[in-house]
Design a protein around this ligand. Structure first.
Ligand code: GTP
Ligand code: MG
Length: 325
């Protein structure tokens, strides 16, 4: 992370504008570069041209400092960046295999599936595993866990930690939980996470689930456009946060359980193309008796194949017959 991230480095931002940005939670250049144009415009009094200019300058500044990759680059440079991606184990080796070793930093990974398919259990397990050293599948990092459904359970974290040979109290200390009570609050929480990411050594951000509030806050046909637009803004900002801080982002998404006429196919994830488009990796989960089956869906370079895992006292792990192999 570069030392000087002060807003003062952006030409055209005077003390008054700086104060307005500060009041809106934009404390440094990283914050500025992750926000949407409309967010910034709202803060500085509606001038979206200016807002766009500030964001562009912030991004250029970060490119110069090597935090953001350049807009144009050679395949060799891109290859080097791909090589620098780090991975976090999901806790189950078979599932890791879908990602060639674990979920990637700098990207969004989406797990979607019906209720009970293991989405929340994966989130719990990963918030423990990310704390482990690199040779054990972690990144020695902390987690920010945005819980929208009130299903985060510290007791479960303690159990997973203990069964993986870690000190439960220390592990819980490094998971920062934020309850989001509606979609606007969920958006506010995301805007505030920059300082936690830096101060607490966060390497994983979880949003479980990313769509549930949008579904209930914008229920009908008439609000669909707004829902998709808001969700799109949220996903964009998540992706920029992942890239800028080189952290992994995991989101969960339900499949639509009530087949109503407009939202269509009951096996399709909520949020449709918006979440799909912004997620770098998408994994579909389903139940198969006691086991859970995961399949990578439309991945940029990995083949579609299925793997099996189970939910256990370790969180999630390989099925016993697979561990013997
Ligand atoms: P929704 O959020 O309802 O859409 O479902 P989900 O995909 O998040 O499901 P979740 O991850 O909550 O998975 C629930 C499954 O994990 C259930 O089959 C539970 O039986 C199992 N499970 C939950 N907690 C525990 C636990 O402490 N121990 C074990 N062994 N299994 C658990
Ligand atoms: Mg859940």
């Amino acid at each position: 992370m570069p030392d000087d991230l002060s807003i003062d480095n952006i030409a055209g931002i005077g003390p008054v504008t700086k104060q307005k940005l500060h009041d809106g939670g934009i404390l440094n250049i990283m914050d500025l570069a992750t926000r949407n144009i409309s967010d910034i415009a709202d803060l500085i009094g509606g001038d979206s041209e200016k807002a766009s200019d500030f964001i562009t300058k912030a991004r250029s500044y970060l490119m110069e400092k090597g935090v953001l990759s350049k807009d144009f680059m050679s395949a060799t440079e891109l290859y080097k960046i791909r090589k620098s991606i780090e991975r976090i184990s999901t806790g189950a080796r078979n599932l890791d295999g879908l990602f060639e070793g674990g979920i990637e930093t700098g990207a969004i990974t989406e797990f979607y599936g019906e209720f009970g398919s293991g989405k929340t259990q994966i989130c719990h397990t990963m918030s423990v595993v990310v704390q482990m050293p690199k040779d054990k599948g972690g990144l020695d990092g902390s987690t920010i866990y945005i819980d929208t459904e009130n299903t985060f359970r510290p007791e479960r974290i303690a159990q997973i930690a203990e069964n993986r040979g870690l000190d439960p109290l220390k592990v819980m200390e490094r998971i920062i939980v934020a309850r989001a009570y509606n979609s606007s609050h969920q958006e506010l929480l995301l805007k505030a996470i920059g300082k936690y990411i830096e101060n607490e050594g966060v390497r994983l951000v979880i949003v479980d689930s990313v769509t549930s509030h949008y579904r209930s806050d914008f229920p009908g046909r008439g609000t669909l456009a707004e829902r998709q637009q808001r969700l799109n803004g949220f996903m964009h900002q998540l992706l920029r946060t992942a890239e800028m801080y080189n952290i992994a982002v995991v989101v969960t998404n339900q499949v639509q359980s009530s087949p109503d006429s407009f939202f269509g196919d009951p096996t399709k994830p909520v949020g449709g193309h918006v979440v799909a488009h912004m997620s770098t990796y998408r994994v579909y989960l389903r139940k198969s008796g006691k086991a859970r089956v995961a399949r990578m869906v439309d991945s940029p370079y990995m083949a579609e194949r299925e793997v099996v895992f189970i939910v256990s006292e370790k969180g999630i792990e390989d099925a016993p017959e697979d561990k013997k192999k």
